[in-house]
Design a protein around this ligand. Structure first.
Ligand code: NAX
Length: 336
């Protein structure tokens, strides 16, 4: 923790929502920034949710978490983002019945424009931003487009839940613990086009390190059922729970931020939606999920992985969707 300050300042937007209710406890418990790192937590939500946030603060107090230096609740973006080290943007406008993609984007553009500007004006210039609210990749693009003083590399979106889902599916199929599954990744947009890819993945067996394909021995499953199970996992949770993923999303957010702050183990790939620099011929400027490694708070897109035709087609498909969303967002931002 040597590169962190005495107290890290973290804001969670949408803190009164269902993901917020799990996430905030992961933070104050020390799961995100380490068990010796003090935290100041800002809970941001809309004004009608302030009573609910007061209740959350009472619960945090009652939990007796020694790492907490302060918790505040606010609906004011200026107060929320001032001097912030980490911004986790979970709050957004959910898709309502009959809503077109462009309407969802328009509703969220309004939110992420305001929050992007507030980050630009009030957060530390080194702030690390994670956007969770959907459409996550394009909301992150909107936030960074409104924060010209913050490097675009400081903005990311959550695809770690898809990454974790992919890893869990492989572990279950192989009959091993998730801790033995490594370097399974996801490419692209957090949507039905996200592409889980096991070709660089390996599994630690008692006999040694083996490729995922050589353990699973079912290429048909790896290219078809596995991919669609991961892509449709969010819908499967909703169908069963009648609510969308919450605790697993909070765990994935915690994994994402912990790794970004503290680094990844040597040789371990994780997936993050990050600003495309044109790697793997993904159009520059979209927020795209790539395999990354992280050291000293800085991520690097894993270079030079061989891309076969199936992967090329899947990457191009999900990139095309993101370019369309970005073009739509640029038009919406130009409207006002
Ligand atoms: P909830 O509806 O339970 O909570 C959302 C919260 O955001 C509410 O408390 C609401 O008042 C607040 N909010 C709305 N507008 C706001 C604003 N302008 N400023 C601050 N707060 C605001 O949703 P929840 O289940 O917690 O999900 C939150 C978001 O995560 C949704 O957009 C959802 O689609 C997205 N997800 C993204 C995932 C990913 O992997 N990227 C996975 C999980 C989740 O589905």
């Amino acid at each position: 923790m040597s590169n962190q300050s005495d107290v890290v300042n973290v804001v969670v937007s949408g803190a009164a929502g269902q993901i917020g209710y799990s996430l905030v406890f992961n933070i104050v418990r020390g799961d995100m920034f380490g068990i010796d790192q003090k935290v100041r937590v800002v809970l941001l939500d809309i004004a009608p949710m302030m009573d609910s946030l007061k209740g959350l603060i009472l619960e945090i107090e009652d939990g007796c978490f020694p790492l907490v230096s302060e918790v505040i609740a606010t609906s004011d973006p200026k107060e929320a983002f001032t001097n912030i080290d980490y911004a986790i943007l979970v709050g957004g406008m959910p898709r309502k019945e009959g809503m077109e993609r462009v309407d969802l984007l328009r509703a969220n553009a309004a939110i992420f424009k305001v929050q992007g500007k507030a980050i630009n004006d009030y957060a530390k210039k080194t702030v690390k931003v994670l956007v969770v609210a959907n459409p996550a990749n394009t909301n992150a693009f909107i936030a960074l487009a409104n924060a010209p003083n913050i490097p675009p590399e400081n903005f990311s979106c959550l695809t770690r839940l898809d990454h974790n889902r992919a890893k869990a599916q492989i572990a279950a199929k192989a009959g091993v613990s998730v801790k033995d599954v490594h370097n399974v990744i996801v490419w692209g947009n957090h949507s039905l086009t996200i592409y889980p890819d096991t070709r660089y993945g390996y599994i630690n067996l008692p006999s040694g390190k083996s490729t995922v394909a050589s353990v699973i021995k079912n290429d048909q499953w790896l290219t078809n059922d596995f991919v669609s199970t991961v892509q449709k996992r969010g819908a499967a949770v909703i169908a069963a729970r009648k609510l969308s993923s919450a605790a697993s999303a909070a765990k994935a957010i915690t994994d994402h931020m912990r790794d970004w702050a503290l680094g990844t183990p040597e040789g371990e790939y994780v997936s993050m939606g990050v600003y495309s620099d044109g790697s793997y011929n993904v159009p520059a400027g979209v927020i795209f999920s790539f395999p990354v490694t992280i050291k000293n708070g800085v991520y690097s897109i894993v270079p030079g992985l061989p891309i076969d035709q199936i992967t090329r087609d899947r990457i191009d498909l999900t990139a095309k969707e993101l370019v369309e969303e970005k073009d739509m967002a640029v038009k919406i931002l130009a409207e006002n």
